[in-house]
Design a protein around this ligand. Structure first.
Ligand SMILES: *[C@@H]1O[C@H](CO)[C@@H](O)[C@H](O)[C@H]1NC(C)=O
Ligand SMILES: *[C@@H]1O[C@H](CO)[C@@H](O)[C@H](O)[C@H]1NC(C)=O
Ligand SMILES: *[C@@H]1O[C@H](CO)[C@@H](O)[C@H](O)[C@H]1NC(C)=O
Ligand SMILES: *[C@@H]1O[C@H](CO)[C@@H](O)[C@H](O)[C@H]1NC(C)=O
Length: 494
């Protein structure tokens, strides 16, 4: 029995349940290493561009994370001694904690070839703690408030590709400098304060400067678990998965970070390359949305190849699939009215059709128009009373459909409509007849039975490359020559 689903050129036929939960279907690492190595010279089927607007969103998330980390700084107790006219004064500062951190100014910029530079300026912090001194046999203690202003942090984040073809980030340089420190002591004799103002200033400065960069590096590392959720192997359905691993290192220019992803459908468990390769394409310089995703016709054509090779693009059509309202029924009476031999040789029998894709469907992306050319055969059978199928004829059926492409959630969906259908006779078992006479019937089957089924599959969409629980908002889609361009903003929850 030939599977009923996915149907005809249901290349993108899709159930994308597990697309986001990547790790459980990861290939062994050695395998991905091999794949990455093998494909490193290959043109990408998908490109993803992060614009300045996207970086700004990243900066907001990053600053929130750094602020939280700085808030948690635990400063060690400090102690020392000073020589005075009354002898040696021992002092200690204990129980210091951060009360408030403000990062009011920050900026993000791109350093071509190096990474993303994040700068924080005019940051401030306030702390409090306790002081204690001991000299001769006198002890004194109190509390202090300390405020740090003019704090600046500069870090460069390198973006690379890991062994699974996912992006990774790491802090490649960091510096932190404290502008000024002012301290207010409470309790005790004020003349004592002068003894250790300098000392606490110096110690705190260096303690803070020492603590900040490792925390910033932590904030950067915290991004990696999210990047690890990139669906480098996005399952589509029982036949296919899409590979979205990076085929080369990210390219950082003055205006964007661009990732090149494989973007290819594979038959699950059998990674056979199609007999064509991706064409070179480049994304436009648009920067209105955070992210641009370009999906080339290659990814669609690789889908066509996978489903055709898997034998998934075939469909038996029976009378019960034809809308009850249709006057055209799938029986030898209908066909016999056009081809009398059928009525004579096979009177009053129901019929069955087998539609079978014989070549991979070909996708073409033109400006504002996506078409799919399919090459199929349509075999008609009479169903004998005892159930035997008697072949009547085989037609070659070439169709051109237009696809209305849309983004649904984090999937790319589509809806097809018929442009053109051409029938020619391949074989007849009932003698000569004029194929043209069958045009109307087959057009009606296409529109009433086949296309609705394809649309049901297409509407499920196939998974786009995504990270974590991302939501696409303000999404626009455009068909340009050779690729689909999606411009979108993103929102991460949690
Ligand atoms: C977007 O591009 C235009 C033209 O190239 C440029 O003037 C503008 O500054 C860019 N916007 C952002 C947010 O980078
Ligand atoms: C798209 O292209 C196909 C084939 O060239 C054509 O038949 C169809 O009318 C076009 N559709 C639009 C909306 O331009
Ligand atoms: C089924 O019926 C057809 C037509 O009457 C006959 O030619 C064929 O041999 C029958 N097949 C079986 C398996 O009985
Ligand atoms: C159908 O397509 C095939 C190849 O794609 C081509 O050779 C053939 O001439 C086409 N037939 C018609 C009737 O357009």
């Amino acid at each position: 029995m030939i599977p009923l689903e996915p149907l005809l050129p249901v290349c993108c036929a899709v159930r994308h349940r597990s697309s986001l939960k990547q790790p459980k279907m990861m290939l062994p690492v050695w395998c991905l290493v091999a794949l990455t190595a093998l494909t490193s010279a290959v043109n990408p089927g998908v490109k993803v561009k992060l614009t300045q607007k996207g970086l700004e969103y990243g900066r907001e998330l990053g600053i929130a994370s750094i602020q939280k980390k700085l808030q948690s700084i635990k400063l060690p107790d400090m102690s020392g001694s000073a020589s005075t006219v009354v002898g040696k004064v021992k002092y200690s500062f204990t129980n210091m904690h951060i009360v408030n951190v403000g990062l009011p100014q920050s900026s993000v910029s791109l350093e071509p070839g190096a990474g993303v530079k994040l700068s924080v300026t005019n940051a401030f912090m306030s702390l409090n703690g306790n002081w204690k001194i001991k000299y001769l046999f006198i002890k004194d203690s109190g509390s202090f408030d300390l405020s740090v202003t003019g704090l600046s942090i500069t870090t460069t984040i390198a973006v690379n590709s890991d062994e699974t073809g996912r992006p990774t980030v790491s802090g490649s340089s960091c510096s932190a400098a404290v502008g000024s420190v002012s301290i207010k002591f409470h309790g005790g004799a004020s003349w004592l304060y002068n003894l250790f103002t300098d000392s606490i200033d110096k110690s705190l400065r260096s303690a803070l400067e020492k603590h900040i960069c490792p925390l910033v590096a932590d904030s950067i590392s915290d991004i990696n678990p999210y990047l690890k959720t990139l669906n480098v192997l996005a399952k589509v359905d029982e036949y296919a998965e899409i590979e979205y691993s990076m085929v080369s290192s990210p390219v950082i220019s003055t205006s964007s970070v661009e990732l090149s992803l494989k973007g290819e459908f594979y038959n699950i468990g059998k990674h056979q390359e199609p007999p064509f390769t991706p064409a070179v394409f480049s994304l436009p310089s648009s920067n209105d949305t955070m992210l641009y995703i370009g999906l080339s016709s290659y990814i669609a054509n690789s889908a066509g190849f996978v489903y055709t090779t898997a034998g998934a693009l075939s469909l038996y059509i029976t009378d019960d699939m034809i809308p009850a309202s249709s006057p055209i029924r799938l029986n030898t009476k209908t066909f016999g009215a056009l081809i009398p031999q059928i009525a004579q040789q096979f009177p009053d029998l129901m019929m069955k059709l087998l539609l079978k894709e014989v070549k991979s469907p070909v996708f073409a992306f033109e400006s504002d128009n996506t078409t799919i050319q399919t090459t199929a055969t349509m075999t008609a059978f009479a169903i004998q009373v005892n159930g035997t199928l008697s072949p009547l004829f085989v037609l070659n059926m070439n169709t051109s459909v237009s696809v209305e492409v849309s983004v649904s959630g984090t999937s790319l969906a589509g809806s097809v409509s018929l442009n053109k259908m051409d029938l020619t006779l391949e074989t007849s078992y009932v003698g000569d007849f004029q194929v043209k006479l069958l045009d109307r019937i087959f057009q009606s089957f296409l529109k009433g039975v086949i296309l609705p089924r394809i649309n049901a599959e297409f509407s499920k969409g196939f998974p786009l490359p995504t990270i974590g629980e991302v939501k696409l908002v303000n999404t626009q889609l455009q068909i340009v020559k050779d690729y689909v361009l999606i411009g979108t903003d993103v929102q991460f929850s949690g």
